[in-house]
Design a protein around this ligand. Structure first.
Ligand SMILES: O=C(O)CCC(=O)N[C@@H](CCC(=O)O)C(=O)O
Ligand SMILES: [Zn+2]
Length: 346
């Protein structure tokens, strides 16, 4: 653990010597921050706090898809800075490096897309029978244990950080999971805007994503945050992530980080269609390099498969996350349309 504290190389050790973390570790840093390592890639920090301070409980996850490297590099760096005492936390933070084996092969996943395995989906069907299913359950358990320490009135937050497979007309965007009637939060939109994320997709149905799990199960402010485009490790232009890195640093190190936002500066969309692949011959009717948020006129054929054609239902309907290669039954594309947000909470 001494080497870990001196070098802060938690991710590297988790990837190269995961057995070091087969049993949980507890220790304290010089600044009295408590460290709890639950498993390889799972590390929680609890700073010393005075009685008058309220805590935020913040989960930062990355690498749920192993080839989405920029968020992994950002979190790796934050963990290093915390362990080496370069920064001091104001709040509890749990870092989750999701799919370590997929990082090693520079792929989205090894056997199964982990971001379809939350809210218990890891144990449905054939059961918890592969590494990704077991890891999704372990990540859920880590989040539940972490949030169980939150007192009434203390905020719970989960930013699940990703990058998208294709280029995007709106480079950074976030999916706001379905809230089942709870109000959306203006403060959260302001925080995302401070991260450079000014395009928000409002999901209108339950999903098996990680952010929906924390939002629904723990009533946390939770988001899937897309910070750019997939690149191999070391090939990210980190200047494009500076706002996100700075805002995340401010969030975890400042007692009160409360940026403001002009709602007119945001592009809000609601999900209009969730298109699931049902046949092996599912195909997209636009070029492979068509960016996310490309919009179409009403009636344009967007995708088809045996027995079904998917068209834009409205003028200006835009495509997000199109992927014809997903497993049958899984989401192959979202379509979104512009909307307004009303009844915002603070
Ligand atoms: O670019 C893509 O096609 C996928 C990028 C990605 O991993 N997105 C997440 C979004 C999760 C959500 O809808 O909240 C995913 O597909 O898991
Ligand atoms: Zn992803």
């Amino acid at each position: 653990m001494q080497q870990l504290i001196e070098q802060g190389n938690f991710l590297a050790l988790s990837r190269t010597q995961p057995e070091l973390f087969n049993t949980p570790h507890h220790f304290r840093l010089e600044n009295n921050t408590q460290v709890f390592i639950g498993d390889a890639g799972i590390i929680a920090f609890t700073p010393e706090k005075s009685v008058s301070q309220t805590s935020k409980h913040i989960v930062l996850s990355c690498g749920v898809h192993g080839n989405e490297t920029a968020p992994i590099e950002i979190c790796d760096d934050l963990v290093r800075q915390i362990l080496t005492g370069e920064i001091t936390l104001a709040h509890r933070v749990l870092f989750l490096f999701g799919n370590l084996p997929a990082m090693d092969i520079a792929e989205r996943f090894v056997e199964e897309n982990m971001n379809r395995l939350f809210s218990g989906a890891h144990s449905a069907g054939e059961g918890c029978n592969n590494d990704e299913r077991r890891r999704a359950k372990a990540l859920e358990d880590a989040v539940s244990d972490f949030f169980s320490a939150a007192c009434d009135g203390e905020g719970k937050y989960h930013y699940d950080l990703h990058t998208a497979i294709r280029a995007s007309k709106n480079e950074k965007f976030a999916v706001y999971p379905y809230l089942h009637g709870r109000n959306h939060s203006k403060g959260q939109l302001a925080f995302l805007a401070a991260c450079g994320v000014k395009t928000i997709l409002l999901s209108e149905s339950p999903t098996t994503t990680f952010s929906y799990f924390s939002s629904h199960q723990h009533q946390a402010h939770a988001f899937t945050v897309e910070l750019g485009k997939v690149q191999p490790f070391g090939h990210n232009d980190m200047t494009r992530f500076a706002d996100a890195r700075d805002a995340l640093t401010a969030l975890i190190t400042q007692q009160t980080f409360a940026p403001e936002v002009d709602m007119d500066s945001l592009d809000i969309y609601r999900v209009n269609q969730v298109i699931n692949k049902q046949q092996e011959d599912f195909k997209l009717h636009f070029d492979d390099d068509t960016p996310n948020f490309t919009d179409y006129a009403k009636g344009t054929v967007l995708a088809s498969e045996s027995g079904k054609t998917y068209v834009a239902e409205q003028d200006g309907e835009a495509i997000v996350f199109p992927n014809a290669k997903v497993t049958i039954g899984q989401r192959a594309m979202l379509t979104v349309v512009p909307t307004q947000l009303e009844n915002l909470d603070v």
